[in-house]
Write a protein that binds this ligand. Structure first.
Ligand SMILES: Cc1cc2nc3c(=O)[nH]c(=O)nc-3n(C[C@H](O)[C@H](O)[C@H](O)COP(=O)(O)OP(=O)(O)OC[C@H]3O[C@@H](n4cnc5c(N)ncnc54)[C@H](O)[C@@H]3O)c2cc1C
Length: 467
C-alpha cells in the first residue's frame, strides 16, 4: 500500500494545480486521472472551444475584408482542419500537464478512483487503466472529479451523439450542420451558437429565462442578444423545451412559448442546460459524504463533513469555471499546510468568448440593489472609443456599478471586442478594495479599448470626457 501526504482525485485545473501547490509546499503527492490530464478544461472545454472560436472569428474577419480596404477571392474553410486544430491545442496542453506533474515529482496514476473508510482520511482504491487494483493511503484526500453536461432524458434532453449533442460531440463533429438548435443560452450554449452560425449554420437558441446569458447584467444580455441576432442567430426566450426527439433527418423540438407550442426542426441539437457534478461511483454514500443537488458540500476551506476529505472545483458546485477550481484548490491545500491563504470570497470573473465577447466580475446592478446598496452606475460605449473605431470593433460598452456611499466598486460588466482580456483590471480593483478615486487616478494607455474602463468609472461620477 503506497502512502502519501495528499492524494488528489481528478487532474483538471482544480486537481492538477492542487497537486503542484502541494508539491511546492513539500508534500508527497499523487494524482489519479481516469481520462485525460488537464480535465474538461484543457481537453473538452475552455481550450478547444477557444481554438474553434478563433477559426470562426478569423473567417468572419476575412468575410469583412472590404471594411478594411482589403480584397481576397474565394474565402472558404476546411471544417475538418478547424476541428483538427482545436484537438491539437488540447493535445499540446495535455502533454504540458504531464510535464508539470513530472517536474513537480507528483505520482500520476491512470485509473478510476473510489473511496473506502480509512483514517486519518479515506483510503483510495484505484482500478488501473492497464488492469489491476491499487490502494493508496493519505493524510488528506482532495476530490476534484469535476462535472459533466446536465441532461433531462424524460423530455429528450439527452445526447445520442448522432443528432443530439453535448459539448463533447459539438467539439468533434465530422461535418458542419446546416441547421442547429441550441438549448440553453449560458456561456457554453452561446459560444457554440456563435461558432456554428459564423460557419453558416442556421442557429436557433432556446432559453427558458426571459433573456439570454441570464447570469449577466440585464443590459449586457440585451446588447448581446441584439448583436447576435444581427449575425443571424434566432432566439426563443421564455421558452421551454417540452420534448426533443431525434428523427431520421435530424431533430424535432416542441417548445412551449407564451402558452403555445412551437415545433422546430434542425439537423442537430446541442444540450447546454448546465452541468452536474461527478459524484457517482466514488463511494461517497457509504462514507456518509454530504451532497446537495449533484454537488459535494464543502466548507470555506474545501473540507467535507468526512475527516480528511476535501472537495474543490466543479464537483463542489458553481461557478463552474476553471479559474475558480484552481483558486479553490490552492486555498484548500494551503489551508491543509497550515498557511493562511487568501479567502475564497474574492469575486470570480466570468467570460464568454463569443464575438463580441462578454466579461463580468462582481455584482450586477440588480444584485447590488437587492443586496441593499444605493448605487452609482457608469456606462461607456465602444462607439466613442478611438481604438475601437480604428479596429472596426465599436459594438458594445462597459458598465460599472459603485456603492454610492463608500465609492467601492461592486461590479463591472462588459460587452465588446476582447473584453475578456480587460476584465482582470476590474477584478484586481475589487480585490484591492479600490474606490472610484483610485481608478480615476489610474492612467490608462491611449489608444486602447481599456480607456473605456476609465471612462465608465468617470461616467458613474458625472465626469465622463468623451461622450
Ligand atoms: C464546452 C466548455 C467550455 C468551457 N469554457 C470555459 C472557459 O472558457 N473558461 C472557464 O473558466 N471554464 C470553462 N469551462 C468550464 C471548465 O472546463 C470547468 O470549470 C473546469 O474544467 C473545472 O475543473 P475541475 O478540475 O473542477 O474539473 P474537470 O476539469 O472536470 O476535471 C475533473 C477530472 O476528474 C476526472 N475524474 C472524475 N472522476 C474520476 C475518478 N473517479 N477517478 C479518476 N479521475 C476522475 C475526470 O476524468 C476529469 O479529468 C468550460 C466547460 C465546457 C464544457
Amino acid at each position: 500500500m503506497k502512502a502519501f501526504d495528499v492524494v488528489v482525485i481528478g487532474a483538471g485545473p482544480g486537481g492538477y494545480v492542487t497537486a503542484i501547490r502541494a508539491s511546492q509546499l513539500g508534500m508527497k503527492a499523487a494524482i489519479i486521472e481516469r481520462e485525460n490530464l488537464g480535465g474538461i478544461c484543457l481537453n473538452w472545454g475552455c481550450i478547444p472551444t477557444k481554438a474553434l472560436l478563433k477559426s470562426a472569428e478569423t473567417f468572419a474577419t476575412l468575410n469583412h475584408l472590404k471594411d478594411y480596404g482589403l480584397k481576397a477571392e474565394k474565402i472558404d474553410f476546411d471544417f475538418s482542419a478547424i476541428i483538427e486544430r482545436s484537438r491539437g491545442a488540447a493535445k499540446q496542453l495535455n502533454g504540458g500537464v504531464a510535464y508539470l506533474m513530472k517536474k513537480n515529482k507528483i505520482e500520476v496514476i491512470e485509473g478510476t478512483a473510489k473511496l473506502e473508510k480509512g483514517s486519518p482520511a479515506p483510503e483510495v482504491i484505484v482500478e488501473k487503466k492497464g488492469g489491476g487494483q491499487e490502494t493508496l493511503t493519505a493524510k488528506h484526500v482532495v476530490l476534484a472529479t469535476g462535472a459533466r453536461a446536465r441532461e433531462v432524458p424524460a423530455i429528450g434532453l439527452a445526447a445520442d451523439g448522432e443528432h443530439i449533442w453535448t459539448y463533447r460531440h459539438a467539439l468533434t463533429p465530422k461535418a458542419c450542420p446546416k441547421s442547429l438548435v441550441v438549448v440553453g443560452s449560458g456561456a457554453i450554449g452561446m459560444e457554440f451558437a456563435c461558432f456554428y452560425r459564423t460557419l453558416g449554420a442556421e442557429v436557433t437558441v432556446i432559453e427558458a429565462m426571459d433573456r439570454i446569458l441570464p447570469a449577466e447584467d440585464a443590459e449586457v444580455s440585451a446588447a448581446a442578444q441584439k448583436s447576435f441576432a444581427k449575425q443571424g442567430i434566432k432566439f426563443l426566450t421564455g421558452a421551454k423545451v417540452e420534448k426533443l426527439e431525434a428523427v431520421k433527418s435530424g431533430v424535432v423540438a416542441k417548445v412551449g412559448v407564451k402558452g403555445k407550442t412551437e415545433t422546430l426542426t434542425a439537423d442537430k441539437a446541442i444540450v447546454a442546460i448546465g452541468i452536474t457534478g461527478n459524484i457517482e461511483n466514488l463511494g461517497l454514500e457509504a462514507l456518509g459524504v454530504k451532497t446537495d443537488r449533484g454537488h459535494v458540500v464543502n466548507d470555506d476551506h474545501g473540507k467535507t463533513n468526512v475527516q480528511g476529505l476535501y472537495a474543490i472545483g466543479d464537483v463542489a458546485g458553481p461557478p463552474w469555471l476553471a479559474h475558480k477550481a484552481s483558486h479553490e484548490g490552492i486555498h484548500c491545500i494551503e489551508h491543509i499546510a497550515g498557511l493562511k491563504p487568501s479567502n475564497l470570497t474574492t469575486p470570480i470573473p466570468g467570460c464568454t468568448y463569443t464575438h463580441p465577447q462578454v466579461a463580468s466580475v462582481g455584482m450586477t446592478e440588480a444584485k447590488a440593489k437587492e443586496a441593499g446598496h444605493k448605487v452609482k452606475v457608469g456606462r461607456f460605449p465602444f462607439s466613442a472609443n478611438g481604438k475601437a473605431i480604428a479596429a472596426g470593433e465599436t459594438d458594445g460598452f462597459i458598465k460599472t456599478v459603485f456603492d454610492e456611499k463608500t465609492g467601492a466598486l461592486l461590479g463591472a460588466h462588459m460587452f465588446g471586442h476582447e473584453v475578456t482580456e480587460m476584465i482582470q483590471g476590474f477584478a484586481l480593483a475589487i480585490t484591492l478594495e479600490a474606490t472610484e478615486a483610485e481608478i480615476m487616478a489610474t492612467v490608462f494607455p491611449h489608444p486602447t479599448m481599456s480607456e473605456g474602463m476609465h471612462e465608465s468609472v468617470l461616467d458613474a461620477f458625472d465626469r465622463v470626457l468623451h461622450t
